[in-house]
Write a protein of this length. Structure first.
Length: 170
């Protein structure tokens, strides 16, 4: 008879809002290995752990992962760049919270200038990606135009051949 595997202790009341790695992976259509990899590169860090070391993800972690998956799908960029984008968005949220919590107009102005720099960098990133995608689209449009022209010439040639063969039989 094999010994029973030790099961993790159930989450305490403070852990009930957290999600374990398997549930999060299933929810997002990812593998647990992917989530562990994201953790290893600093892209997604679980908010806590159970006694047995099981990862626990908060709602904030889930939202971050949703953003990571969305950016990966939309931009098709390396994870290091996605990390940079997500961290910039989080910094903007932090700056916004700091501005709301102070009456110091000089501090608010400095915060807004910092936010503007971050946003300008993000706009530049998006512009670069859009420009690259536009170039790719233009290249495919030119290829499609050339292919249509070749097809039209071939159809004309085939029609002429058919006419010659039909005329020779008549």
């Amino acid at each position: 008879m094999r010994p029973k595997k030790k099961r993790p202790s159930p989450p305490s009341n403070s852990e009930h809002d957290f999600m374990q790695i398997g549930a999060l992976a299933a929810r997002m259509g990812l593998t647990q290995r992917t989530l562990r990899y994201y953790e290893s590169i600093g892209l997604l860090t679980p908010s806590g752990r159970m006694e047995g070391g099981f990862r626990l993800y908060s709602d904030t972690d889930v939202h971050r992962l949703e953003r990571i998956v969305e950016l990966k799908r939309l931009l098709g960029v390396p994870l290091s760049l996605i990390k940079e984008i997500v961290e910039a968005e989080e910094l903007l949220q932090q700056l916004r919270a700091e501005r709301r919590s102070t009456d110091d107009m000089v501090a608010k102005r400095a915060s807004l200038e910092k936010a503007m720099g971050i946003i300008e960098a993000q706009v530049g990133l998006v512009h670069e990606r859009m420009s690259a995608m536009q170039q790719l689209q233009d290249r495919y449009q030119r290829r499609l135009k050339r292919t249509r022209a070749r097809l039209a010439r071939l159809d004309t040639h085939l029609a002429e051949q058919s006419d010659r063969h039909t005329g020779a039989r008549a």
